[in-house]
Write a protein that binds this ligand. Structure first.
Ligand code: AGP
Length: 606
């Protein structure tokens, strides 16, 4: 979850590290710290509880001519949010930053008798101290020995006191990308930190050591120390994509970027009006031969899967199961070589999703990953990959990634229907033509954002909010509730509208906000009955329907109408509505929209 950056080269390292950390802050913001070689070749560490801005302040007035250093922004796992637990950690000759969890740190503490030396409660400091014990002047040998002792996940960047100008790195599971650029050598946990310097990079391979010097970035096999050459990748994101560009928050910018992201994800995959994954290298056989689909993901990505289930099952007439990745791993899943496992992840690094995908591969299932970050671990390890083209998503609350994940899933559903004979070419063309109508519908809802702003005054003073709907309306209500709770801290839950009366309706009392969606013609009347039930108990009803829906005048306190796209596509304009409600609720409560408490963008710990 933590953000990592390392730099060595001609530029002023302190400034570059702090700027890099500001860009990586979405990975964690409990504390931040940097370590760098000063001009006298001594290592200086500065670390500070709080956000990168606090670190920046702590660094002011410290003038150094540093050209090599490492920086870290922390999402606390082991040990509280204190300066001692902040990274970098120092032990003898070693200064280290770490992303991941060392699971056997207790055993290591005992084995190496570290109890009296430790100054923090972190697993990371244990790793630093063990590495220092092994260090006899050869970083490669010491790192190899350390790695041999570790259980868990890690991305380390390391400075050795007697090796000024050099950075060493090694990883297992936790991501690291690196590049040699005109401005020097850079390594980071995320691509976004490299974008200011280069668009060519490589993913640090597991089982290899990287050494960065001002003149070179070189990888070495961890066992033989022979030089290796990982493949170079390119990214078409630019700096603008990773900046706010005049928007007050990344989340609002990313909401606005959705129509464009949709076009970028859908249009390159249309050929003669039909979905075509030839350029993605996806073999139709995986769609044709499977007897069931199993979707695995976490959080918002899992909610995209819930929507896909409601679309795919009636269309394909095969079981489509959605499982939370962290549960999948421990439940002896009913999958086999005839199962198509679709894994969804914006970051491509979510550890539970990655582990679940690995398990699915062990069962012999075909894996197709829907991923946004090119070259991420899930993308590299999946049998097939369908990249979404949303560009970098920086706000912790996922918005555009959700829409494009859905877009990819709808394309898959259509392609599967075609190759399995459930759709004729004509039917598939009609599906896609109607699907494309969602893009102007999303644009319209973005333009009408003031309507959603007005809704929020009725929500922000309530401790609870309920989202209700049936079928597809229920599936995307789950995401609406997650959005609201994660950035406004209002307790929000989504319920299948028909289920309310089996318990939850006890919570509905005077003025409790209920966001009810009713966009599915076949169950519209049933949904309306459920809305009546909550209204009768005093709820403040914010009703969302398609334009033209017939609603009794007294039913809704606020009625938002989305353009009348076909029923199975209503999720797209409604996603915008629900995201904007959450955004304005967070804003209305004066909270940190982009970096809500306790969260981090990329969840690389279990
Ligand atoms: C939602 O707003 C969150 N950012 C979170 O639920 C996220 O979708 C989840 O952690 C999965 O992340 P991934 O798509 O990068 O795997």
């Amino acid at each position: 979850m933590c953000g990592i950056i390392g730099y060595t080269g001609p530029l002023e390292a302190k400034r570059l590290l702090i700027e890099g950390l500001a860009g990586l802050e979405y990975r964690g913001y409990d504390s931040a710290g940097i370590a760098f070689f000063r001009t006298d070749s001594k290592i200086q560490v500065i670390k500070q509880v709080g956000k990168v801005a606090a670190l920046k302040e702590a660094c002011e007035g410290i003038s150094v001519g540093s050209h090599c250093g490492i920086g870290h922004t922390r999402w606390a796992t082991h040990g509280g949010v204190t300066n001692e637990n902040a990274h970098p950690h120092q032990a003898g000759q070693v200064t280290l930053i770490h992303n991941g969890i060392i699971e056997n740190y207790h055993q290591l503490t005992e084995e190496f008798q570290l109890q009296d030396e430790l100054v923090s409660q972190t697993d990371s400091e244990v790793a630093a101290r063990v590495l220092d014990r092994f260090y006899q002047g050869d970083p490669f040998v010491a790192i190899q020995k350390l790695v041999g002792k570790l259980e868990g996940s890690y991305g380390f960047c390391i400075l050795f006191a007697d090796r000024p100008g050099e950075i060493y790195a090694v990883r297992s599971v936790s991501p690291l990308v690196a590049a040699y650029t005109h401005s020097g050598a850079v390594i980071a946990s995320d691509l976004t930190a490299l974008i200011p310097y280069t668009q060519s990079y490589f993913v640090v391979p597991e089982g290899e050591i990287v050494r960065l010097t001002p003149y070179k970035v070189q990888t070495y096999d961890l066992q033989t120390f022979a030089k290796t050459q990982p493949p170079v990748m390119t990214v078409n994101w630019n700096m603008d994509a990773a900046m706010k560009n005049g928007f007050p928050h990344f989340m609002l910018k990313e909401i606005h970027e959705q129509p464009e992201a949709m076009k970028n994800t859908i249009l390159p995959r249309l050929s003669k009006g039909l979905p075509d994954f030839t350029d993605d290298g996806i073999d139709d056989e995986i769609f044709r031969s499977c007897t069931q689909v199993h979707i695995i993901a976490c959080g918002t990505a899992m909610h995209a899967g819930m929507v896909a289930k409601t679309v795919m099952e009636p269309l394909l007439r095969i079981p489509v199961t959605v499982t939370i990745a962290s549960e999948f791993r421990y439940q002896q899943p009913l999958i086999d070589e005839h199962t198509l496992v679709i894994v969804i992840s914006q970051s491509g690094e979510t550890i539970d999703t990655l582990a679940a995908m690995r398990l699915a591969r062990e069962y012999g299932s075909q894996t197709l990953a829907i991923v946004n970050v090119k070259g991420s671990t899930i993308a590299r390890e999946s049998g097939y990959v369908l990249y979404t083209h949303a560009g970098p998503e920086i706000a912790v609350a996922s918005t555009k990634a959700y829409s494009v994940q859905l877009a990819a899933l709808y394309l898959i559903a259509c392609r599967m229907a075609l190759v399995r004979g459930k759709y004729t070419k004509e039917q598939a063309r009609t599906f896609l033509a109607e699907f494309l109508d969602v893009i102007p519908a999303m644009e319209e809802m973005i333009k009408r954002r003031e309507e959603m702003k007005a809704v929020v005054t009725h929500i922000i003073n309530s401790p609870d909010a309920f989202f209700i709907g049936r079928g597809l309306d229920y599936a995307f209500s789950l995401e609406g509730a997650l959005k609201l709770k994660e950035i406004s801290y209002i307790h929000a839950e989504a319920y299948a509208a028909g289920e309310l009366k089996h318990g939850t309706i006890a919570l509905i009392s005077d003025q409790v906000p209920v966001i009810a969606t009713a966009t599915q013609d076949n169950i519209f009347a049933k949904s309306m009955s459920n809305v009546r039930e909550v209204k009768a108990r005093g709820a403040f009803v914010i009703l969302i329907t398609k334009e033209g829906a017939k609603v009794d005048g007294d039913l809704a306190d606020i009625h938002i109408m989305i353009p009348a796209v076909r029923d199975i596509f209503t999720v797209f304009p409604i996603a915008v509505v629900l995201q904007l409600i959450a955004y304005y609720a967070s804003l209305g409560k004066n909270l940190d929209v982009d970096q809500p408490r306790n969260l981090a963008k990329s969840v690389t710990v279990e």
